[in-house]
Structures are given as C-alpha cells and as structure tokens.
Design a binder for this molecule. Structure first.
Ligand SMILES: [Zn+2]
Length: 121
C-alpha cells in the first residue's frame, strides 16, 4: 500500500487526512504503520514497541494534546483507538487538538509543520 507522496502517512482515506493531498493510487484505507508514523513525528508521544528488544513496530501510542488524551494500540492485528472513533475521524480530531496546542507551543508547531501536516483552524 503506497503511503502519501507528500507527508508519508499511511492512507486512511482518498484524501490524506494529514496534509489533504489527493491519493492517486488509493484503493482502500490502511492503518498499518499509523502508530509508527505518529510516534516518529510527535516526539512528545509515548510509544511502546513490540518484537525482539522492542525494535518491532509500535504497539501502543499515547499523546496528550489540546486537553485530550489520544491513545491507540494494536491488539490481535486490530487497531483500538481512544477516544473511540474510526481511524480517519480519530486522526482528524488529533490534528484539531494538535493545532490548538500549536498555538501556544512552538515545539508542537515545529513538529506539525516539519511533518508537512495541514494545521486546522
Ligand atoms: Zn499526506
């Protein structure tokens, strides 16, 4: 499954949730790699990896942003998200919270703009 050509995110919808780029090769949504992708771009997130010596992919993810807690974990191959939303809506909500946070936090602002994500107004 090709990731977004602009920001590198796994495709959750036909239009990239992170940077609003239209995916030309989109066929179906995928959440594989979503937590890895988020952990890589959000240094404040707490992430735990699976696999040998914890070098595998991210299994659990947690981030406090904009007064909310966002969490995700893979269990038996299924992605469970908190708050309970489908992946696309959860990510949209996370980006709204990060945009709110970015207003008063230069580190968050840098992390978001460096990732190529579109801030929400
Ligand atoms: Zn993108």
């Amino acid at each position: 499954m090709p990731s977004c050509t602009v920001c590198g995110a796994p495709p959750l919808a036909r239009t990239c949730v992170f940077c609003h780029t239209h995916h030309r090769a989109y066929t179906a949504p995928t959440v594989v790699g979503l937590l890895d992708y988020l952990a890589r771009h959000l240094p404040k997130a707490e992430a735990q990896r699976g696999g040998f010596l914890g070098r595998g992919s991210v299994r659990t993810f947690e981030l406090h942003a904009g007064g909310e807690t966002f969490a995700g974990r893979f269990r038996r191959g299924e992605l469970e998200l908190t708050p309970k939303f489908p992946p696309e809506a959860w990510t949209e909500r996370l980006l709204v919270a990060l945009s709110r946070e970015a207003e008063g936090d230069a580190d968050v602002r840098r992390a978001v703009s460096r990732s190529g994500w579109a801030l929400r107004k």
